[in-house]
Design a binder for this molecule. Structure first.
Ligand SMILES: *Cc1c(COP(=O)(O)O)cnc(C)c1O
Length: 394
């Protein structure tokens, strides 16, 4: 049943509309972290890799994430950060199409994904090219020159959502490999990874999945391709037998070949606890709740704040689980909202972004948030000098 607010630490007086950027603390995470630190690390010391199940934790957590993205057990590996998982997926995908030189993304993609592509192109130095048309034009750019189509399903700024099945089909028809970044999809919208047949997917776990700051990222490989996937970051924990200490690399015969080095146990443990909240969640029901909250928010903001301009798709089928408005004084207005207990975030140049997370939000929260937002925008509370100061993280 949704919401399940009692499972999260939600500070009094805060309406949290930023779970799309950093999910809140699951209450059980504190005790689990304490146990990992004091009992496992403190007392079991290095034995804990076996006695506390540390070595198996990435696989166990990977299987739990797999269920949430419509992927079978054994197809998801955990570790590192999303940027690194993008690198791994892209490097492996390019190896699958050695005769093609074009990486196709779009200009709504999150910059890190594009930067990683640029860096990899420079490292390979093989004449590759990154193309970034507008998101709505991507289909027209899928030609037989394209080696890899690499897209983020839900746009981090606007919430605009790509049709995964349709684009994957077009990529495959043109002979290209498909990579989906699920950063704003996992835990937000139903994803059918296996059914869509894309070769790779990547994503992070500190956004909608509530794994905590720095929680490990995930990478999915379509099961029939695991053995054909050549890891670019061939670290010892992706080796078939790490403790044989062979001098040459032999990849694990599973998705574990995408592991690199020592897993972040503390973060995996808090993520493991965070995933408990998802065990009985039906993703279709979650999506219905997310759409209801977002629709309520859009309609009421449009009614109450005529100076805010909706930049998210108005059609809920074309939108993920976030809603954004453009406002010239968006930075100051968001600072004022946060100061008044409504936490969303700001994305340059003028975007006020709000995430909807039915695990811990209900219609009453949305109504209260709108009252505060309308006060700040309509009464120009944002004009106060203290809201103009820019912080390092926005
Ligand atoms: C949040 C996000 C990232 C962040 O990458 P990290 O390596 O986890 O910092 C990358 N790509 C997309 C699409 C994102 O939304």
């Amino acid at each position: 049943m949704l919401p399940k607010k009692d499972q999260f630490l939600l500070p009094d007086g805060v309406i949290y509309l930023d779970g799309n950027s950093l999910g809140p603390l699951p209450k059980g995470a504190t005790a689990r972290a304490q146990k990992v630190i004091e009992d496992e690390w403190g007392h079991q010391l290095i034995r804990a890799w076996n006695t506390a199940g540390w070595m198996d934790l990435p696989r166990k957590v990977g299987d739990r994430v797999a269920r949430l993205i419509g992927a079978p057990a054994g197809s998801v590996a955990m570790g590192d950060t999303l940027s690194i998982k993008v690198f791994q997926a892209l490097a492996a995908a390019l190896k699958m199409r050695p005769d093609r030189k074009v990486i196709l993304s779009d200009n709504g993609n999150f910059p890190s994904d594009l930067y990683i592509a640029e860096g990899l192109i420079g490292t390979i130095d093989g004449g590759h090219e990154l193309r970034t048309p507008a998101p709505e034009d991507v289909l027209d750019h899928i030609t037989d020159e394209v080696a890899v189509v690499m897209l983020t399903q839900v746009d981090y700024r606007t919430g605009r959502m790509h049709d995964m099945a349709k684009i994957t089909k077009a990529a495959h028809a043109a002979g290209a490999v498909m990579i989906w970044d699920l950063a704003h999809s996992a835990g937000a919208v139903p994803v059918k990874m296996l059914a869509c047949q894309a070769e790779f997917a990547v994503g992070c776990t500190y956004k909608y999945l509530n794994g905590g700051p720095g929680a490990p990222a995930f990478i999915y490989i379509r099961p029939d391709l695991i053995e054909a996937t050549r890891p670019a970051l061939s670290g010892w924990l992706g080796h078939d037998a790490p403790f044989d200490f062979d001098l040459s690399y032999r990849p694990a015969m599973s998705t574990e070949r995408m592991r690199v080095g020592t897993p972040p146990i503390l973060q995996l443990a808090t993520l493991d606890v965070a995933l408990d909240a998802w065990d009985d969640v039906d993703m279709q029901a979650l999506r219905a709740a997310s759409v209801a909250l977002s629709e309520q928010f859009i309609q009421e903001v449009l009614d109450a704040c005529p100076t805010l301009k909706l930049i998210s798709p108005r059609d809920s089928d074309a939108r993920g689980s976030q809603v954004s408005f453009a406002f010239e004084h968006g930075y100051a207005a968001m600072q004022a909202c946060i100061d008044h207990g409504v936490i969303g975030d700001f994305r340059a140049p003028n975007v006020m972004r709000f995430g909807f997370t039915p695990l811990y939000l209900d219609a009453m929260d949305v109504t209260k948030a709108i009252e505060i937002i309308a006060h700040i925008v309509n009464d120009e509370v944002w004009r106060e000098a203290k809201y103009q100061q820019r912080s390092r993280v926005t």
